[in-house]
Design a protein. Structure first.
Lengths: 248, 639
């Protein structure tokens, strides 16, 4: 098992009122089998022993599904590996002596709480205005009453798989949440269950996105490139199409 | 303490419907005068919150994550059971009930389990109506797969992300109600105490995890949906922030803790790779549909697995359990993995792993078919281990996954503290001594969508719940206590980090309160836990301040609770002089090494009352007898 020394340059910011800045740390005995977040755990254990405040970062499942982690590593949301959330990134990706720069996902709509932890509640508010099917508990018909073409169902799943991490926002030069919003719009609008509310849903969610301070999409495609679960930019086209149909 | 299960009388098939007819209702005009607090927004919490709000109650939800959508239910991979019988393979509500109660090794309540099976079909209907994209057949109808402990195909799935899709459905239903102004959702808030006034649950104390503010919240009822306590083992498949604190603080306020020693160890997880390991990753049980579990027949077989010929492979599950084979229940699969590795047949660097091999399935169905079924799981495996499971067998090993024990509840899912309801993994109700695969999602949603909304009305209609006000001394006392504990943790300024303590505690638990337990081991575990707990309070080092975002302070308070829970788990395991389901006491096994129950003496739910901690945990055992009217208790056999 080979061990490495890694140089870290990490954004430190105590609270939203603090200006923040980069701090550098050196970490030795990094195993190639460690996950990226385990490497940060080891750093934090060291910092705590040295009486330095540990680096705060969001994480929970460490399986790439909860969407909590979302740091920007060497300029790329979730780091260098395609289709991989940063919690699923392993240190074997790096070499001895590498320098790694770690920042929070930056966007006007994502205020920094501390260090790498940001407030992403704006994404919840986009869902809140229409990212659902308005069916009350108990009011559902028998599940097999409405067959859904397998292909349609699979496509809906491909959009529904979004983990809401916000990497798309961090990567976008406009800080747009179009991929996130488009994924939910495309998921629900494509299914017969979501069809009746498609117009209201699309307009409300697109409008909310703007209200929250996210920019608009100008087809850079950075969002798709960093998305850890491979949400296709076609979701944005679906959202545009639905929006036009809804307002015309 | 009086434990009344309140199971309605009458035939099993009619109990729930009769109960629904009998329970009191709150009129729509009055519902809006009542407030319900829901803590935790996983499947149980989000579905309960949405359903209560739709009925007209004012609901406040609290979760520790930055969004309600990130609760740990999101990680559930394989599926959700329902008795739809879409496969025409003879499934029925009765069969799902029977498999579940048998799978739990006859340590759960018949009436609860039957109701769970009854509700299962409604859950699928509800989820589909919400737009949950379940796997479908070419004809457009819903598809099923098989899971352990059942001989029918009744598991509905969304690729390997069923929990995610069901949770998003429930979360979206909840957000709809936030939009309607009936739910107020608080994220990054951790419940630190339950407020009990005149013997009733009347509110909670929370800490705002962003700025450390301690807040008081009043309600007419509190629904706890805060998940399980598997992280007491440090390494588990649970998310890193999953914890027992909310449930344990309720226990400290008088709620009985039931069957704490019933912990499910999942057989198919990725093995530990080093000391820095922070969690274990599950590989869905669905893989056992196509993967074959084996180890080399001889101890010192150092050949690459692909070089080991058929005759030198020990397919131990298929050989021992010909009728269920690789699809035996989780406890049986985990125990057998331990047996073969104890015998020195384990594989990999540590020797603590067995193979899960897809070679034959790939030969039979082709790599594409296997990829279509399990692609994301195979990718996850390869990403973590750097090995390609299409080309060589996976290495797997059991890991702590789910806790069947939890706060004691009656048939209405109410704890022994009136007004405190407990749903999902946080309660003990439905899985007995072992949970079958694809049953956790079913239970969380059954509790949240289809039980709590009715039973809470019955409670509220029957009580005179006057406003007490958060100025009441019970609120101030609880808030002060919460703040003082955090200040105390910060003031220790010792030498050992929270993680170091937690890891040590986890090792004691895994070695002595894990897959198999013995009287001797449990007694020594109790001593070690007590000593380490003392050391924790003398020597823990918690960084930072209380009034900033401070994850290690959160951890410290949770680990403090684990130290008390750990002792209770060991005491419970020691008290239960039998083996049942996942609880295997070395002293109580059949000649073939299967769990040997003692129905005469241990056919009860152990419900522990908290009396204090003073060097040792002071606790009192109460028993709720389990009466089996409808099923015959048998030695479980999967042979």
């Amino acid at each position: 098992m080979s061990e490495m020394t890694i140089n870290l340059k990490i954004w430190r910011q105590k609270s939203i009122d603090d200006q923040g800045g980069f701090q550098t740390y050196q970490l030795s005995e990094v195993s190639e089998h460690m996950s990226f977040l385990e490497m940060l755990d080891v750093l934090n254990e060291k910092l705590i022993k040295e009486d330095i405040d540990p680096v705060e970062f969001d994480y929970d499942c460490r399986e790439g599904i909860c969407g909590s982690c979302n740091m920007v590593v060497n300029g790329s949301a979730h780091g260098p590996k395609r289709l991989t959330a940063v919690c699923q990134l392993h240190m074997r990706t790096y070499n001895d002596g590498d320098t790694i720069v770690i920042e929070p996902p930056r966007a006007a709509a994502f205020p920094v709480i501390r260090d790498l932890v940001v407030d992403r509640s704006a994404l919840d508010r986009i869902i809140e205005v229409g990212g659902y099917v308005s069916v009350k508990t108990g009011a559902a018909p028998e599940a097999n009453l409405i067959p859904v073409e397998q292909e349609v169902s699979n496509t809906a799943f491909d959009y529904a798989t979004c983990i809401g991490c916000g990497a798309c926002v961090a990567a976008c030069p406009n800080s747009s949440a179009a991929l996130f919003t488009g994924a939910k719009v495309a998921h629900l609008n494509s299914l017969p269950q979501g069809y009746p509310e498609r117009k209201r849903r699309t307009i409300a969610m697109v409008d909310q996105m703007a209200k929250e301070g996210f920019g608009d999409c100008s087809n850079h495609g950075e969002c798709e490139a960093v998305c850890p679960v491979g949400i296709s930019i076609s979701s944005i086209a679906e959202m545009r199409k639905s929006y036009l149909k809804a307002v015309l | 303490m009086k434990l009344d299960s309140k199971v309605p009388s009458g035939p099993l098939e009619e109990k729930w419907n009769r109960h629904l007819k009998d329970i009191k209702l709150v009129s729509p005009n009055n519902k809006r005068k009542h407030k319900v607090i829901v803590v935790g927004t996983g499947l149980a919490g989000a579905s309960a919150a949405a359903s209560l709000s739709e009925l007209g109650y004012n609901v406040q939800t609290f979760c520790i994550q930055d969004s309600a959508r990130r609760a740990h239910s999101i990680s559930a991979q394989g599926g959700i059971n329902a008795a739809k019988n879409y496969q025409n393979d003879g499934d029925s509500v009765w069969r799902l009930f029977y498999d579940t109660i048998k799978g739990g090794d006859y340590r759960s309540r018949e009436a609860n389990v039957y109701r769970l099976a009854e509700n299962s079909n409604n859950i699928i209907d509800q989820a589909v109506a919400q737009g949950v994209p379940f796997g479908r057949e070419y004809g457009g109808l819903l598809d099923n797969r098989s899971f352990g402990g059942a001989q029918v195909s009744r598991t509905f799935y969304s690729r390997g992300q069923t929990g995610q899709q069901l949770l998003l459905g429930a979360y979206q239903a909840m957000m709809k109600e936030v939009h309607n102004g009936k739910i107020e959702s608080f994220t990054r808030h951790e419940m630190l105490d339950l407020v009990v006034v005149d013997g009733k649950a009347r509110g909670i104390i929370t800490r705002d995890l962003v700025n450390g503010t301690i807040n008081k919240w009043e309600a007419d009822a509190v629904v706890l949906c805060t998940g399980g306590y598997g992280n007491v083992f440090y390494l588990s498949t649970n998310a890193k922030n999953s914890n027992v604190t909310a449930a344990w603080r309720c226990h400290r306020r008088g709620a009985a803790f039931a069957n704490p020693c019933f912990v499910q160890i999942h057989p198919t997880c990725i093995p530990v790779s080093g000391d820095y390991q922070s969690k274990l990753t599950l590989m869905s049980e669905s893989l056992r549909n196509d993967g074959r579990v084996w180890v080399p027949r001889s101890k010192d077989d150092s050949r690459h697995p692909n070089e080991i010929p058929e005759e030198d492979r020990f397919y131990y599950l298929e050989e021992k359990y010909p009728s269920f084979g690789n699809l035996v229940p989780r406890d049986v699969a985990s125990r057998n993995a331990k047996l073969v590795t104890d015998d020195g047949l384990g594989v990999g660097d540590s020797g603590l792993a067995v193979y899960l091999d897809f070679r034959d399935a790939i030969k039979r169905d082709g790599e594409d078919a296997i990829r279509a079924k399990y692609g994301n799981l195979f990718d996850m495996y390869q990403n973590i281990t750097d090995e390609n499971p299409y080309k060589q067998p996976m290495r797997i090993f059991p890991a702590v996954h789910y806790t069947m024990g939890g706060l004691w509840v009656d048939y209405n899912l109410m704890s022994n503290i009136p007004g405190l309801f407990v749903a999902g993994e946080a309660n003990f109700s439905d899985h007995g001594a072992n949970r079958l695969g694809a049953s956790a999602l079913m239970q969380g949603l059954s509790d949240g969508y289809f039980i709590i909304p009715y039973t809470i009305g019955d409670y509220i209609a029957g009580e005179d719940l006057k406003v007490v006000g958060t100025g009441h001394e019970a609120f101030s006392e609880a808030a002060d206590k919460s703040q003082k504990q955090l200040d105390k943790l910060l003031a220790v300024k010792g030498d050992k980090t929270v993680i170091e303590f937690h890891r040590e505690l986890g090792k004691i638990m895994w070695d002595k309160v894990g897959i198999s337990r013995s009287k001797e081991g449990l007694e020594s575990a109790i001593k070690e836990i007590r000593a380490l707990r003392e050391e924790f309070w003398q020597n823990v080092r918690v960084p930072g301040e209380a009034n900033y975002y401070n994850k290690y302070l959160e951890f410290a308070a949770r680990v403090a609770d684990y130290f008390e829970l750990a002792e209770l788990m060991a005491l419970d395991a020691l008290d239960r002089d039998e083996s049942c389901g996942c609880h295997l006491r070395d002293e109580f096994q059949t000649e073939e090494g299967e769990a040997l129950r003692n129905d005469e003496k241990y056919s009860f739910v152990s419900a522990w009352e908290f009396l204090g901690v003073n060097g040792k945990l002071e606790t009192k055992l109460h028993k709720e007898d389990l009466n089996f009217e409808f099923v015959e208790l048998k030695q479980r056999s999967y042979k």
